[in-house]
Design a protein around this ligand. Structure first.
Ligand SMILES: [Fe+2]
Length: 288
């Protein structure tokens, strides 16, 4: 573990946390599909097909994502697609399962205290856009992580250790209170899909002060999923690493020169039929 460009690659065993214990305590089994991804894939497809109508598509995109009814202008574009393209449009499937939880972390009596915040049935989540076609600015709705998981002692230890890393990177900020959002994501692939990607938007920032772009909890029968960090100022890749189970990447995000992405995953052995990459991601935002 060491700080360079305010980037820390860590292994949770450095925190005294055993990956097998985390796997046991944080089950990914009951996560639900992120259905936002189907409509986002469909919107991206429509934009590539009707680049001249991108303004209309983007204007109606939130309504399309929110409702059961397809806005008229988007319906017209769908109806004008060729039969083959209509088939492709309706064939998009969800490719990741997801849950979200949120914590307020406060420095009280010279110790960091991690308190869980109860979230509604569906939490609205959006990120800042990095370019005009970036659909992450749309409000997506995510279900909360399983209640027992969001109260996990090990999860709270991981959050506390990450906040300590944050203080190490930013000693001048004198942090007292940090909001932490935890994303539990399972990226899945089977023989019907060539590849699946956890950053379909490409190189991006998440819009938080600091993030753990990924802490890998488990992976099975996959290759790829390499985390890549770029320094925009230096116009070059500054880190490329395929995280193994227990490894994570913590780094500065908003208003920095560091941008990130992750390469798609593919099945290692097609004969095994399925593969997955289970991760936790964290957003850290200064409150005071
Ligand atoms: Fe990200």
């Amino acid at each position: 573990m060491g700080i360079k460009y305010k980037i820390i690659q860590f292994n949770i065993n450095e925190f005294g946390v055993n990956i097998d214990a985390v796997k046991k305590e944080l089950s990914f089994e009951s996560l639900g599909w992120d259905k936002n991804d189907i409509k986002l894939s469909q919107l991206r497809f429509l934009i590539t097909k009707y680049i001249n109508d991108k303004k209309t598509i983007l204007q109606e995109a939130q309504c399309f994502l929110d409702g059961n009814l397809v806005p008229n202008s988007i319906q017209e574009l769908i109806s004008s697609l060729s039969i083959e393209d209509q088939r492709k449009f309706h064939a998009y499937k969800p490719f990741r399962k997801r849950g979200i939880s949120r914590f307020m972390v406060e420095y009280v009596n010279k110790k960091w205290e991690v308190n869980h915040i109860i979230l509604p049935e569906l939490t609205e989540f959006s990120q800042h856009e990095d370019h005009p076609l970036d659909l992450r600015k749309l409000i997506r709705r995510f279900p909360p992580m399983d209640r027992t998981l969001s109260h996990s002692i090990l999860l709270k230890i991981l959050i506390k250790k990450c906040v300590e890393m944050l203080c190490e990177c930013e000693p001048q900020v004198k942090l007292k209170k940090v909001e932490v959002t935890c994303h539990q994501i399972s990226l899945l692939i089977d023989s019907s899909t060539l590849s699946a990607c956890n950053s379909p938007e490409g190189l991006h920032q998440d819009g938080s002060n600091y993030i753990v772009s990924a802490l890998v909890i488990d992976k099975y029968n996959i290759e790829g999923g390499t985390s890549e960090l770029y320094c925009i100022e230096k116009k070059r890749i500054i880190k490329s690493h395929t995280l193994e189970c227990g490894e994570g990447l913590f780094h500065i995000d908003k208003n920095s020169t560091i941008w990130h992405k992750v390469t798609p995953i593919k099945l290692k052995k097609t004969s095994l039929g399925i593969g997955y990459r289970n991760i936790l991601g964290f957003d850290f935002n200064y409150i005071s």
